[in-house]
Design a protein around this ligand. Structure first.
Ligand code: PEP
Length: 232
């Protein structure tokens, strides 16, 4: 089971080193941390399995503010999140750019956590499956069921809000996604130690992408321990 912590724009190199010194992932869980770019080297040196929070599709070029897959690999980074809803919402990420980033990262040898999920309005309008289909099919058409690809289902209304999809709703969305693309599917959206057992016990929930609760060693470790218990 994969438990990934998305630190967003939190933790510089010294806080990253402190986390790495204190964190001991339980056996039987693939625990990955996704720090901001300036902290990637500290995470790798601290022995954390490390993913970036995005990656560009070109190996190099005039793309101010972006980083490439070969640069991440040179640092010892193992993969990247692509298409997080905050990138889609605030930085113009589209299904097309998510697909391009995914292809380049996978071809270069990185793992990819590709994020999909509906907004509150889309859910209320009954469009959840339409939106998931568009997002997942665009990734599927680009890369297929690649062995280093996982999807993260993150309903946008549940990210950083304290609202969580009910385990039943998460299970239904994950099962639907797997009819479109047969890869592991992580759940993301206010996962915390108190709800991890129930969410991770669902048949088609293959792990979690954790934001806020990944910033503290104690809470991230507790979520990893849930995953280890459920897996065994
Ligand atoms: C995320 O940013 O991917 C996320 C799921 O955040 P949170 O756990 O804080 O809702």
């Amino acid at each position: 089971m994969l438990i990934a912590g998305n630190w967003k724009m939190f933790k510089g190199p010294s806080e990253t080193r402190a986390f790495a010194d204190a964190f001991e992932p339980p056996d039987g869980v693939d625990a990955v941390l996704c720090p901001p770019y300036p902290s990637l080297a500290a995470a790798v040196e601290g022995g954390l399995a490390t993913y970036a929070q995005s990656v560009h599709w070109a190996p190099e070029g005039a793309f101010t503010g972006e980083v490439s897959a070969p640069m991440l690999l040179e640092l010892g980074v193992q993969g990247a999140i692509v298409g997080h809803s905050e990138r889609r919402q605030f930085f113009g990420e589209t299904d097309e750019t998510v697909a391009r980033r995914s292809i380049a990262a996978l071809e270069a040898g990185l793992g990819v956590i590709a994020c999909v999920g509906e907004s509150q309005e889309e859910r209320e309008a009954g469009d959840t499956e339409v939106i998931l289909r568009l997002q997942v099919e665009s990734i599927r058409d680009a890369v297929g069921a690649h062995e280093r690809l996982v999807i993260a289902y993150e309903p946008v209304w549940a990210i950083g809000t304290g609202k969580t999809a009910t385990p039943d709703r998460a299970q239904a969305a994950h099962a639907f996604i797997k009819t479109l693309l047969d890869v592991p599917v992580l759940y993301g959206g206010s996962v915390k130690p108190e709800n991890a057992d129930e969410l991770l016990s669902q048949a088609d929930v293959d792990g979690a992408l954790v934001g806020g609760a990944s910033l503290e060693v104690e809470s991230f470790t507790a979520i990893c321990q849930s995953a280890a218990r459920i897996r065994s």
